[in-house]
Design a protein. Sequence first.
Length: 435
Amino acid sequence: MKKIAIIGSGYVGLVSGAGLSEFGNIVCCLDIDKSKIDQLKNGDIPIYEPGLRRLINKNIQKGMLSFSSKISEKIKSAEIIFIAVGTPQSEDGSANLSYVESVANTIGKNLNNYKIVCTKSTVPVGTGSKIEQLIGDVSKSDDFDYVSNPEFLREGAAIDDFIHPDRIIVGAKTNKAFEVMKDVYSPLYINETPMIFTNVETAEMIKYASNAFLATKISFINEIANLCEKLGADVHQVSKGMGLDGRISSKFLHPGPGFGGSCFPKDTEALAYLGRQNNVQLNLINATIKTNINQKLRMFSKVKSILNNDLKGKIISILGLSFKPETDDIRESPASEMIPNLIKSGSIIHAYDPVAIQNFKEAFPGLHYFKTWRECVKGSDLCVILTEWNEFRGIDLKELKKLLKTPYLVDAKNIFSINKLKSEKFIFENVGRKI
Ligand code: NAD
């Protein structure tokens, strides 16, 4: 059992806090955003993540999990400090490390005895040694070990991913640090969850290489899908046929409106930046990024083609604002990319999402938001489906047609069968199947 402080209580910090306390550690989640901590103390969970509330409440009741904004005080009393703050994309594509550096500075100022400083945030290869240096310079002490422990959870399935991970990656320099990390994850260590103990640079690279590879699979199948549309092949059958080959696997071979979210776009860009900085050609990564940008624009073109390029004054209803189902995270979601283009073309936007409306409203205050998908699509000229929420999969096409002003649909997630859409006489577009 270890005493842990987690700095940054966002998607990763909160899930890690809940998960590490479930593993038997005493955890305090910290954040610079006092209102977030107050919310958590009052029992409100600031993000939508299935199963998170239950796990948090359970561990609060057991006295294993708490929240605080007293960062300095909690650093001093912790044995292990996890850094879980954001590393968003800078204008030049690199990862913005200012939040991580600011936390390192605070840790350095409050280093009062031996600690493990462990980064969960996704940081470019080489950041670990910079953080180590920074903490050493500020604290004038080397009484700590630095660990890289990248996180692989998926929003929407984060609790299961954290409690039953495919692997744990630990990068460090000393055996002492490796032993402490085995203790932190002791239920997983006992269960023989694969653990890779390596150096910090390798751990950092494993995270970027993994995300870039998954993003590449998505861009790959999207390009194949675009060709399928022209040639009469069905991309779903193609990915099924490919995926049955164990060397390929069917995961991340789903065609759609391009990848979004808080990780793939920024992490592929950061890796491409790292390649440029080091004069190493990363042609595949750059192509993955370019294909993704094109795929998002392609969805906009599908809307234009159904409406004969006449978008002015047209009411477009958007179903799905989060970047994928089961999350309220809207960062780089297909909707947040498409809507500005629609607005520029003079369209009026009706928007609905089962959980992400509040977050979307903050970014796009001027849209018309609705409480149900039915109200959202009612009277609109065209409906676009951008997130495959189960609620949308259950939509009755006859009802949808009745509610729409004209039966125009862009099904960017292929949730409806082409035959059913045809038999209901929809004018529609999808991804990767010839109409
Ligand atoms: P987030 O934006 O949801 O949360 C970051 C939190 O850090 C915020 O609550 C913010 O207030 C807080 N913060 C910022 N500066 C701080 C400071 N100086 N002191 C204390 N708190 C501070 O971010 P996230 O989605 O949880 O991502 C965190 C990191 O984990 C990123 O590097 C990301 O790439 C990585 N990651 C994210 C996911 C994911 O699915 N979201 C998965 C794996 C890895």
